[in-house]
Design a protein around this ligand. Structure first.
Ligand code: MCA
Ligand code: AMP
Length: 491
């Protein structure tokens, strides 16, 4: 993403980032990222795509570290800041990261990597200005970032994108949604996923706009920042819009009126990462004056389909293919379906990722022989607008905008001594889209609060089941396979 770094020079004296510690110009971002790069290089000329994992809170330091890794020739591996150690360890080991950079607040959780034989754990405080070394020239077809995504396998997969892929993802959105250096956006989304990293942070910085980070998310703080009058572009997942609506409704009328007037002046409000319920879209229109622009994307492809910036935005629909993105709908034999018929969304284009890190077979399986990426999402086209109908796998759950694998949770649950068998599914929920629930075949002595505490040491809160039922056996078909549709009905 070196084009992002080059572009920053045009806006040197402008404010790029605002966070809890202050405001920072693009020049400061260039200087700090140069320091990080020089520190990582330690006299070498190029990190040569070595993986650098980093656990840093959203803000100036996060961006400086990410750009520093890129400028030194490394592959950036952002770690989720709410992961417990086993989930972090999985990502660090799977990528074979050589460096682990950490904000001081995460030193403790990463402490098992202190004095490690082959990995260097570096606290941000150790990075000091060194004599600036010459930074390498980097070919844009090299790997830039690995983000983890859950899928139909029990272990998450690392999605490797190149600088070219990311540059395409960002430049397409900047153009389609008309980002400019006059814009000011609020960063509230986690920075280990495409939505927060690409659509919000990188698009803003590419255009010379300002991003203010708010961390952790708080609906009342979002509205306080809106009231300050600087934000004009806002992007979030449906769960966040749901939470903002309920916060808004708790305010007295005069406050609501003032907020509505403020939001009407925004240039753009976007929703994505999960289906936007029509009820949320309509309520948001009443309180903000905005028809949310809903779009569709995936970690492997960036954004692919979007409602128009200018023109009709259709509730319940994800819009039309973005420029440069080829989209087709196919049946089980990879044959295009007739107009208006449902089919799997398949994608081609320069934004599509390079490979699943270290998983050649999974990469090969994800593409058709003629190079189309198989999303697993089922859609149909109504009057030119795509509409998502569901997924081809019941084992993928979307909760709060996060993609969660039922198989991954089951595998961990089965390790709990009192659990003999289990089945995890997602059930519809107004606020979260879906919530994770689990059916357990277990000893009667099982205490679910103890189980929850045990799980929290092994997975982040957003993956933990919210409800349990206890069964003698799981519903199965004649072949003995668990019938998840039947299981869902039991909730
Ligand atoms: C947290 N809680 C939940 C869930 N998550 N309950 C049910 N289901 C969940 N999924 C509970 C917690 O256990 C806690 O309860 C309480 O909610 C508050 O938890 P906390 O973590 O503080 O939640 P939050 O900060 O309010 O988080 C909600 C959130 C967050 C801000 C909506 O989930 C979020 O940032 N989602 C965005 C994810 C995202 O960026 N996805 C993009 C993926 P208790 O205290 O009782 O334990 S990229 C992508 O999908 C593609 C490319 C795309 O198209 O964008
Ligand atoms: P992730 O793997 O976390 O990048 O999540 C990508 C998945 O999120 C897609 O495959 C879709 O299932 C889902 N998704 C993203 N945007 C939308 C949307 N606007 N409507 C419905 N589902 C969406």
């Amino acid at each position: 993403m070196l084009q992002l770094v080059n572009k920053a020079q045009q806006y040197a004296e402008k404010i790029a980032i605002v966070d809890g510690s202050g405001s920072y110009t693009f020049q400061q971002l260039l200087d700090k990222s140069q320091e990080v790069a020089a520190f990582l290089l330690q006299g070498q000329t190029d990190l040569k795509q070595s993986r650098v994992a980093f656990m840093v809170s959203p803000g100036f330091n996060y961006t400086a570290v990410q750009w520093g890794i890129w400028r030194a020739g490394g592959i950036a591996v952002p770690l989720c800041i709410t992961y417990p150690f086993p989930s972090l360890e999985y990502v660090i080991e799977d990528t074979g990261a050589e460096f682990i950079l950490t904000g001081p607040e995460y030193g403790e959780v990463l402490s098992p990597y202190k004095n490690h034989s082959s990995k260097k754990l570096i606290s941000l405080e150790e990075i000091k200005a060194t004599d600036s070394s010459t930074l390498p020239a980097i070919k844009t077809d090299r790997g830039a970032m690995i983000l983890y995504t859950s899928g139909t396998t029990s272990l998450p997969k690392g999605v490797l994108t190149t600088h070219d892929n990311i540059q395409n993802q960002v430049s397409t959105l900047v153009k389609a949604w008309q980002w400019s250096s006059e814009d000011y956006t609020l960063g509230i989304l986690p920075l280990h996923h495409v939505h927060g990293i690409i659509n919000v942070m990188s698009c803003a910085l590419w255009a010379g706009a300002t991003i203010e980070f708010l961390h952790p998310f708080s609906a009342s703080r979002v509205f306080e920042i809106f009231e300050e009058g600087k934000v004009n572009v806002f992007m979030a997942v449906p769960t966040i819009y749901f939470k903002l609506i309920s916060q808004f409704e708790s305010y007295p009328e005069a406050h609501r009126k003032a907020l509505t007037e403020r939001m009407q002046r925004f240039r753009l409000m976007v929703s994505g990462s999960a289906a936007l319920p029509v009820s949320v879209m309509e309520k948001w229109k009443t309180i903000s004056g905005h028809y949310l622009l809903e779009r569709y994307g995936m970690t492997e492809i960036g954004m692919a389909i979007s409602n128009p910036y200018s023109g009709e935005r259709k509730a319940g629909h994800i819009g039309q293919p973005l420029p440069g993105v080829e989209v087709r709908l196919v049946d089980e034999n990879n044959q295009e379906v007739a107009a208006g018929e449902p089919g799997e969304i398949q994608i081609k284009g320069p934004s599509v990722f390079k490979e699943y890190w270290g998983k050649e077979e999974a990469t090969a399986k994800a593409f058709t022989e003629d190079g189309w990426f198989k999303t697993g999402d089922i859609a149909q086209v109504d009057e030119g607008y795509y509409r998502i109908l569901g997924r081809d796998s019941i084992d993928i759950i979307k909760s709060g905008g996060y993609k969660i694998s039922a198989l991954e949770i089951e595998e961990i649950l089965r390790k709990y001594p009192e659990i003999k068998d289990c089945g995890v599914v997602g059930v519809p929920d107004e606020e979260w889209g879906e919530i994770v629930v689990a059916a357990l075949v277990a000893d009667s002595s099982l205490d679910s609060s103890k189980l929850n505490a045990w799980l929290r040491e092994r997975m982040p809160a957003y993956k933990t089941p919210r409800k349990y039922i206890f069964l003698e056996d799981l519903p199965r078909n004649a072949m003995g396979k668990v019938t998840k549709n039947e299981l869902k009905k039991l909730f």
